[in-house]
Write a protein that binds this ligand. Structure first.
Ligand code: R5P
Length: 290
């Protein structure tokens, strides 16, 4: 068995190879002056089972193309099996047709990963786990919440978990179970054409004295959690904190959250954003799925 480090592996490839005692090989790659990616397998993979680690954090399209090129190359050079470990799965939020005629992006991505040669797919905290059924092979899901809970538990005294929308209710419940505390969730509406969001709290208890932990799968622009943090503070929260699996942190998200007095921001290393935040390593949780 060989662990193959892709062009975006965030060190997870190195840790996985140590944990499972498999040889680590790194793909050779470069980018041509016109922006096209070049990928080469530096050693023979013939007859091997290969675990490829390639996340699809920003720049998503580049990392996806490099994922596709790598999977097919692994198969072409004679590997017997490819397991694609994609800690952050880009395009996962477009998992249905919200407006007529839209591409169901996650379906395309998962079909491509499979048809290029990966028979097993492993990812961390998918946006909607049901959408992984678009992958025709074996699927394994890594739950980062226990590790994230241990980290946030170090800094909060009276936790209360709040999901920013109905879709996050299950996630909020899971995190609350880890922290042995109560949870609730907000209501979010998104204008499907402009992308504008409205978040509101309905029937929430007073949060006076509580350290509120907002939990989401992805923090992108920070807009959702900014609105959620305002609601939490307006209900008397002692502090507001953020726990999320995938910290994309684009368009000044970190600054926005800090300005809104969000205290702790904890994510996983499925994505390593440009700005520094506390990231928990999820290699151990991935290793148990192999
Ligand atoms: C959407 O439903 C997701 O779960 C996240 O809430 C969303 O992607 C966060 O995006 P942003 O940080 O841009 O509000």
């Amino acid at each position: 068995m060989i662990v193959l480090g892709g062009t975006a592996s965030n060190g997870i490839d190195e840790r996985l190879s140590k944990i499972i005692g498999a040889k680590l090989v790194k793909v050779e790659h470069k980018v041509f002056p016109d922006g096209e990616s070049y990928i080469r397998m530096p050693s023979s993979l013939a007859g091997e089972e290969v675990i490829l680690v390639q996340t699809t954090q920003p720049p998503q399209d580049k990392n996806l193309i490099e994922l596709f090129l790598t999977i097919e190359a692994i198969k072409d050079v004679g590997a017997t099996k490819v397991t694609a470990v994609v800690p952050y799965l880009a395009y996962s939020r477009q998992d249905r047709r919200f407006l007529d005629g839209e591409a169901i992006s996650v379906k395309t991505i998962l079909n491509l990963i499979h048809s290029l040669g990966a028979s097993t797919f492993i990812t961390v905290e998918p946006h909607h786990p049901e959408s992984l059924s678009y992958f025709p092979g074996e699927v394994k899901v890594v739950d980062p919440l226990p590790s994230l809970a241990r980290e946030i538990a170090k800094v909060v005294k009276r936790p209360f978990v709040l999901g920013p929308d109905r879709g996050a209710a299950g996630r909020a419940e899971r995190l609350a179970r880890e922290l042995n505390c109560d949870f609730s969730y907000l209501e979010k509406e998104r204008d499907r054409r402009t992308g504008e969001i409205k978040v509101r709290g309905v029937g929430l208890p007073s949060l006076k004295g509580f350290d509120v932990i907002l939990v989401d799968d992805i923090v992108s622009t920070g807009g959702t959690l900014l609105e959620a943090s305002k609601i939490a503070y307006s209900l008397g929260a002692e502090s507001v904190n953020v726990v999320a699996a995938h910290m994309l942190l684009v368009n000044g998200a970190l600054q926005k959250l800090k300005q809104a007095n969000v205290k702790e921001i904890i994510g996983s290393n499925s994505v390593v954003p440009k700005e520094r935040v506390n990231l928990v390593d999820i290699s151990d949780q991935i290793a148990v799925k192999l």
